[in-house]
Design a protein around this ligand. Structure first.
Ligand code: BMA
Length: 859
């Protein structure tokens, strides 16, 4: 069917549906009910209809979802990620929209005493109607809204309608009443909605609305479970005592009882424990001997205990139940001291946090699949990260994402979702609204062992003034009323064992932006010490990603309007940087500081990635080497919410930039690195270890010229104590430097443990642009078939940042962007997402190195 006839068919279909029943009831409607449980949930998600409010032009919608993805599916909106379409779809956010559907209520379901409409996510200004009568309203995307719907429902066919008012209209009106200072979309923080929807310096402005999380009817009689809290006592060696608090409601005279069934990670079920509830609440305890302790990635296993909670009435009938998974661990955050940085301590052991900042993985998060999100997390663990900061400008992520972090040992720095400008704390309704939001989210998420710290906001301290509000600052008192008293109070009562800080960077951490925003060279990273929760540098995505958002004629130059359009820092969004450059110019300024002029468009894309990796690697190695003076390196940013140019190491499509590949090396548990000291012509050799036991092995070093001729080499035993960084050697290269010069020497390092190379590194004496590299003469040989290939690459002469370009075929590579010594070979393994004939694969894959990025004079 061509597009036109497809469209015509869907119009006819929707007309038929409309004519037959007004609003369709869907076939898949189902009640989730176990044989004995009294509480029943009726999922209202699935197929709905949506129309611009008042227009009666209904089309199919998906719940959970959002208006933009519904318009896309209905082909009523161009893809906002293509070229500059984003600017043409702003009307979507300005418009009011109405969602509706019908559903059947059986007599049995209706007979329950309580019938609640439960909305786990309404984005954002919603009014809900059942059978044409107003049931309630909502004004916070991050809260769970429940409405008593019994009086409006009836057995048989019912209808529900959710009307969403335009967020821009409301905030323009509020902003006109009173200006809310901030550099972003004026007045955006008047509404509790994902801040980055309004645009950020890495993402588009697409103001969504819709039913973005589950919506259901909940039916029950006597009571249901309201909340379960589990506190852990690790004070006795060899035992962890769990203290459960269960609450249920509404409180009735019924003799309610909670039963708790704990299953250990190896499947052993503890004898159920029971507690009678008084006024709806009860407590119980369980001691776990020989507990299996949860550790972050790289420190140990991540065992999880399952807790099933059952609510029973006086006759032992099951009223309600829920499952929670916990990990047994203690987690603390220590403030910085004169000699050590802010640091995390798990189970009494301090650890160096290695990671990046996580932003929404799509500006339309409802279309993200669980598999995609899981993939993102496994990619983080695969490059030796142990922490992601879930940044405050996004949304409180789904439980499944936290589940994955629990399973992988990825610690989460969890910001409450406030970012980047002042917030209207002067409005008591706003404050009450966010208190409720915090209670909902803390109760939902607090049992995840992966959450290492809760943090009030991102960078709102930059907009904190003194006594009074001014034209660009909020008052100090209002800042602390929200982020101290209110959120701190919620944390204190609902998650007393978790550490809470008011904001980032407001807690002893650092957002170090002197390089990107300040225009300083990468060397500035070595002048600062502590816990780096943000710092970073931008790079273009891979050519295949640029292809996805451009037309062929756009792919000529990084300054072509469409390539620039997908680089949000080209707008003086946060003001011009201190050195006067923005966006694309800023990338190129630092690229040129370090590298030679790239020869063409594609080389510029790749080289920008090499430059980004070069800078972040330089920074990360420095901070790791000096622990405990620095105890955290969490770079900005891990991912993207649309395809474009940004600080990310993994792009919107999940493709790795050079930085992500290099992270595996610079975050390796045991790291060998070298530091050139020009004052005495020496290279200090450092061994840095995050291992919990001492490590020892063989350190090998080779000094070569740029042709790869070995000038000197050596081997030595080297060891370092648990979680320490130590200088293990020093190479005096005075004579070689004199003879060959700084531009013609390379030092190759490798560290082997038990016959296995665990870390390799290369020391340069000058910036890469100063090196007269020889053509490395790379050759390759491909073997394999289907989805699994091996590429053996051989280098005649030293090659820097050797990479495989798999030209848009989705591939997982064993490594990429690595230095190769002369006459050396490396085997890359490639796993393709879709099988390919060997011949096609050989044609598609290209092997490159830094040498190929600039115009060379032949040697
Ligand atoms: C940080 C973040 C973001 C921003 C980034 C890059 O400070 O918190 O607000 O996107 O810088 O400018």
């Amino acid at each position: 069917m061509n597009n036109l006839s497809k469209k015509a068919a869907s119009v006819i279909l929707s007309l038929m549906v409309f004519a037959a029943t007004a609003i369709p009831t869907q076939a898949g409607d189902s009640y989730e009910k176990s044989s004995q449980q009294n509480l029943v949930r009726f999922d209202l998600g699935g197929r709905w209809q949506v129309s611009a409010s008042g227009s009666n032009d209904w089309f199919g919608a998906t719940v959970p979802g959002c208006i933009h993805t519904d318009l896309l599916a209905a082909k009523r909106m161009p893809d906002p990620f293509y070229r500059d379409n984003e600017s043409r779809v702003q009307w979507v956010g300005e418009q009011d929209w109405t969602y509706r559907r019908t559903f059947q209520v059986t007599g049995e379901f209706y007979a329950h005493e309580h019938l609640l409409l439960r909305c786990e996510g309404l984005d954002t200004l919603a009014t809900v109607f059942i059978n044409g009568v107003r049931l309630g309203q909502a004004d916070n995307m991050f809260r769970t809204w429940e409405y008593d719907a019994k009086s409006l429902l009836k057995p048989g066919t019912n209808s529900i309608e959710v009307r969403f008012a335009s967020v821009p209209s409301l905030i323009h009106a509020k902003e006109a009443e009173r200006h809310l200072p901030g550099p972003h979309y004026p007045g955006q923080n008047y509404v509790r909605k994902m801040p980055s929807d309004f645009g950020w310096d890495w993402g588009p402005t697409l103001i969504t609305c819709g039913i973005w999380r589950n919506i259901s009817l909940v039916a029950f009689d006597a009571a249901r479970l309201a909340d379960v809290q589990i506190l852990q006592d690790h004070s006795q060696t060899g035992t962890v005592k769990l203290a459960f608090q269960v609450s249920a409601g509404p409180v009735t005279d019924a003799a309610l009882k909670a039963r708790l069934i704990v299953t250990s990670p190896d499947g052993k079920i503890f004898s159920p424990i029971e507690s009678l509830l008084t006024n709806g609440s009860g407590a119980a305890e369980l001691s776990i001997n020989h507990p299996k302790i949860w550790w972050p990635a790289g420190m140990g296993a991540h065992p999880l205990y399952m807790v099933r909670v059952e609510l029973l009435d006086g006759q032992e009938r099951l009223l309600d139940s829920m499952q929670k998974r916990i990990g047994l661990r203690t987690m603390r955050v220590l403030s910085p001291t004169n000699s050590s940085s802010m640091q995390f301590i798990v189970n009494g052991v301090p650890f160096f946090a290695k990671g990046a900042n996580w932003i929404p993985a799509d500006v339309f998060p409802t279309r993200l699949s669980k598999a995609q999100l899981r993939h993102n997390m496994t990619d983080a663990a695969a490059v030796n990260m142990n922490m992601l900061r879930f940044w405050g400008g996004g949304y409180y992520e789904d439980d499944e994402l936290f589940d994955t972090c629990d399973e992988l040992g990825i610690c989460v720095w969890l910001d409450f979702k406030f970012a980047g400008s002042t917030v209207p704390v002067f409005d008591a309704t706003y404050l009450a609204n966010v208190r409720q939001e915090a209670e909902d989210q803390v109760k939902r998420l607090r049992l995840h062992p992966s959450i290492a710290i809760w943090c009030g906001n991102n960078e709102i301290s930059y907009f904190r003034g003194k006594e009074e509000w001014t034209t660009n600052k909020m008052s100090e008192a209002d800042y602390y009323l929200l982020f101290g008293e209110t959120l701190g109070g919620v944390m204190h009562s609902l998650a007393p064992q978790a550490d809470y800080v008011t904001g980032s960077p407001d807690c002893g951490d650092m957002h170090f932006w002197d390089v990107w925003h300040g225009g300083q060279p990468f060397e500035a990273y070595r002048k600062i010490h502590g816990f780096m929760s943000e710092f970073g540098f931008q790079a273009f995505p891979v050519p295949a990603t640029v292809d996805a958002f451009t037309a062929p004629e756009d792919r000529t130059n990084i300054y072509s309007p469409m390539v620039k359009y997908h680089e949000r820092s080209n707008r003086p969004f946060l003001g011009k940087a201190e050195d006067g450059t923005i966006g694309t110019d800023k990338i190129m300024k630092i690229v040129r500081m370090n590298f030679r002029e790239p020869k063409d468009f594609e080389s510029t894309l790749w080289l920008s990635q090499i430059n980004q990796a070069y800078g972040i690697e330089f920074a990360a190695e420095g901070w790791r080497r000096e622990m405990p003076k620095s105890m955290g390196c969490v770079y900005w940013q891990y991912n993207d919410d649309w395809p474009g140019t940004s600080w990310s190491s993994v792009d919107y499509f999940g493709r790795w930039k050079a930085l992500q590949y290099r992270a595996r090396h610079f975050y390796a548990p045991v790291l060998i690195s070298g530091v050139f000291d020009p004052t005495n012509n020496s290279v200090a050799l450092w061994l840095t270890s995050d291992e919990l036991k001492p490590v020892s092995g063989k350190l090998e070093w080779r000094v070569t010229d740029l042709a790869g001729t070995e000038l000197r080499a050596g081997k030595q035993d080297a060891a370092v104590a648990a979680q320490q960084s130590l200088q293990v050697g020093k190479l005096d290269l005075t004579d070689l430097l004199k003879k060959y010069g700084v531009t013609n020497l390379l030092v190759w390092l490798s560290f082997d443990m038990n016959g296995k190379t665990v870390s390799q590194n290369l020391v340069l004496f000058v910036k890469p642009k100063e090196l007269e590299l020889l053509n490395p003469g790379l050759s390759s040989d491909v073997s394999g078939s289907g989805t699994d290939f091996t590429i053996s690459v051989h280098a005649k002469h030293p090659a820097l940042w050797v990479w495989l370009d798999t030209a848009g075929t989705e591939a997982h590579l064993s490594d990429n962007f690595i230095p190769m010594a002369s006459d050396s070979s490396i085997r890359f393994t490639v796993k393709l997402e879709k099988p390919m004939a060997k011949r096609d694969f050989v044609n598609a894959v290209k092997v490159h190195s830094l040498f190929d990025t600039f115009a060379n004079t032949p040697h």
